[in-house]
Design a protein around this ligand. Structure first.
Ligand SMILES: [Zn+2]
Length: 55
């Protein structure tokens, strides 16, 4: 069974649970994933890609 470290989106605490034990908020994989609803870097990645195509 694969163990995945997750990170709470609210208190930034690391947990193995999908829901943070402290604040009951969802925990996500720390590394940015394009399917993540809270991927705040996705917007900038797409902007960078667009700039590349403009050049
Ligand atoms: Zn938390």
């Amino acid at each position: 069974m694969k163990i995945e470290i997750l990170k709470c989106t609210v208190c930034n605490d690391y947990t193995l649970e999908k829901i943070c034990k402290s604040c009951k908020k969802p925990a996500i994989t720390p590394k940015p994933a394009k399917y993540s609803p809270i991927d705040k870097y996705g917007k900038y990645r797409r902007l960078a890609k667009k700039n590349d195509m403009d050049n």
